[in-house]
Ligand binder design. Structure first.
Ligand SMILES: NC(=O)c1ccc[n+]([C@@H]2O[C@H](COP(=O)([O-])OP(=O)(O)OC[C@H]3O[C@@H](n4cnc5c(N)ncnc54)[C@H](OP(=O)(O)O)[C@@H]3O)[C@@H](O)[C@H]2O)c1
Length: 253
């Protein structure tokens, strides 16, 4: 089998990066299972995919979600061979104004949910001696910034998870990598723009331009650019344990 014949699962597939990754994998010929909480957004993503899709609504902060999602894919198609753990969200606050609930919410979705998905995915990948795991992390997995302590801690953590699992399964035909984007043009960044505008008195346009200017290329990353990097991780069986930075040159690692 080639990468193109495989069964993929994309979390957070309802919009933004996850939607672009799903469409890209589908265009390459993979069967793509889509999961998020919003059934309506998943249906829109499915409509944008040229090949077969399967949608499973779930809240990934539910400890039972991973087992339910993987079980649904297995019942319909068979074991997940390509896992893209993309679902995530951000939080911005001074560290002394970050509540226990905010901290826990970041860890639950951005770190614990990918852990549970990887834990559920690995046994079947190991048995078939093929697997691709790609976690969408962030350049906040590589460097810290003011006001994102909880988000950066969760993303640094997920890079540690990726590196460690990559080492553990290296002899089993399984690669595990992270893609680490800068600011991407998605609904999540729209929310960041609104938050910056609200606290700074700037217009949305000024706030968006400020985010674009943070990156040496002077613009936001496109979802297609992130999806391309995910596809590279799927295709390239020689690369594992890496954090692939797609941030317009901000972090030179
Ligand atoms: N946008 C950026 O600038 C940027 C930069 C670096 C890294 N990233 C990372 O890239 C990933 C995708 O970001 P994005 O910008 O595409 O975000 P987005 O536009 O907000 O989309 C997030 C996706 O995750 C799903 N999701 C959120 N909470 C969930 C939950 N509890 N259970 C299941 N699904 C959930 C959302 O669907 P529902 O709400 O319907 O569940 C949605 O489909 C995240 O991990 C993010 O941290 C983004």
């Amino acid at each position: 089998m080639t990468a193109e014949d495989r069964i993929a699962l994309v979390t957070g597939a309802g919009r933004g990066i996850g939607r672009a990754v799903a469409a890209r994998l589908s265009a390459e010929g993979l069967r793509v299972a889509l999961t998020a909480r919003s059934a309506g957004e998943l249906a829109e993503t499915a409509a944008s995919c040229p090949g077969p899709t399967l949608t499973v609504t779930a809240d990934l902060t539910d400890p039972a979600a991973a087992d339910r999602i993987f079980g649904a894919v297995e019942a319909e198609w068979g074991p997940v061979e390509v896992l893209v753990a993309n679902a995530g969200s951000g939080h911005s606050a001074r560290v002394d104004r970050t509540s226990d609930e905010d901290w826990q919410r970041m860890l639950d979705l951005n770190l614990t949910a990918p852990f549970r998905c990887i834990r559920r995915a690995v046994p079947a990948m190991r048995a078939s001696r093929y697997g691709r795991v790609v976690v969408v992390a962030s350049n906040a997995a590589r460097v810290g910034e003011p006001y994102i302590a909880a988000y950066a801690a969760s993303k640094h953590g997920v890079l540690g998870l990726v590196r460690s699992v990559a080492a553990e399964v290296a002899t089993c035909g399984i690669t595990v990598n992270a893609v680490c984007p800068g600011y991407v043009d998605t609904p999540m960044t729209d929310r960041t723009v609104e938050a910056i505008a609200a606290v700074s008195g700037r217009t949305d346009e000024q706030a968006r331009a400020a985010l674009a200017a943070k990156q040496p290329i002077g613009r936001l990353i496109s979802t297609a650019e992130v999806a391309e990097s995910v596809w590279f991780c799927v295709l390239n069986g020689g690369m594992s344990g890496q954090g692939i930075t797609v941030d317009g040159g901000t972090v030179q690692a």
